[in-house]
Design a binder for this molecule. Structure first.
Ligand SMILES: [Zn+2]
Length: 284
């Protein structure tokens, strides 16, 4: 993976947004592998298909690319709000690649948010365009990635560091089970994963998770069995090896969880080359 864009392609173009689109798409086509099966390269949809930009010819995963100059922020601007919500509800949405790049036209962050992590609550409505705008009344949306559980942010490049491909594929594959769940069931697993995220220790008790009961009650006002739901989701996460039961209402984040939460800031490029095993790295 080469982090520099092929700027030769920009020769003859004047518009910055046009150049950015050209260079970022070209970079993905020439550098990204499929995070699901590892196949390389990805392929572009030939005719302007409205829902996705790229697909993998081996496993058929589809990807949409959003890119932006500068730092990765919590919100990413996307298209029409109603269309996005419709897509999420029909489960017809692709995986999203987010790419940020430097002023020197090199990749800074490149991550994928697998489609199963898209829920209506991460899609934020923007104000309608004003009367004087060309598309007056049109309502766009932002994707709020701060609301996505850590397990749903799979970095291929983080802070200009290339992440080990085996690690990327493992992380991507580990949450595919969520796709078979109904939107409602998936919502519960994601919410409990988010609660576990908020506990900043490796071990936690059932009572600590129960402390989120009121918050969950606000989200699910018609559910009178929140605690039962919590235990049920913890069971799901245990079955998937994401957490471990250590007895008497005590739980432990598994190596896999730590793996999913790995903090790359202290990561050295050299170590990445020498030791593909990232489990021993410091945690966030
Ligand atoms: Zn694939």
């Amino acid at each position: 993976m080469n982090l520099a864009f092929n700027t030769n392609l920009a020769i003859g173009y004047k518009s910055n947004s046009q150049i950015a689109r050209l260079l970022t798409e070209n970079w993905v086509l020439n550098n990204s592998y499929c995070p699901n099966c590892g196949d390389l390269p990805l392929n572009r949809f030939t005719n302007n298909r409205p829902v996705a930009d790229f697909y993998c010819k081996t496993c058929s995963e589809e990807f949409e690319l959003k890119s932006k100059g500068g730092k990765l922020s919590n919100t990413i601007t996307d298209g029409a709000y109603s269309k996005m919500i419709e897509r999420i509800n029909s489960e017809n949405n692709p995986n999203f690649f987010f790419l940020t790049y430097t002023k020197q036209w090199t990749v800074s962050d490149f991550l994928i948010i697998p489609k199963q992590f898209f829920t209506p609550e991460i899609i934020i409505k923007r104000p309608a365009l004003s009367e004087t705008a060309r598309r007056a009344g049109w309502v766009g949306c932002n994707i709020d990635i701060s609301k996505v559980a850590e397990a749903g942010k799979v970095y291929l490049v983080k802070n200009t560091q290339i992440i080990n491909q085996g690690f990327v594929q493992e992380k991507f594959n580990k949450t595919l089970f969520l796709r078979t769940k109904s939107t409602d069931a998936k919502g519960w697993v994601l919410d409990i994963m988010h609660c576990v995220d908020l506990i900043k220790k490796d071990t936690f008790t059932l009572d600590e998770i129960y402390s989120f009961e009121q918050k969950l009650k606000l989200k699910y006002p018609n559910n009178n069995f929140i605690k039962d739901k919590i235990r049920q989701q913890l069971q799901v996460l245990r079955d998937k090896g994401i957490i471990e039961f250590i007895g008497r209402g005590n739980y432990k984040k598994s190596e896999l969880w730590k793996h999913l939460k790995f903090n790359f800031r202290k990561f050295y490029q050299e170590q990445l080359k020498l030791k593909p095993i990232i489990l021993k790295m410091p945690l966030q």
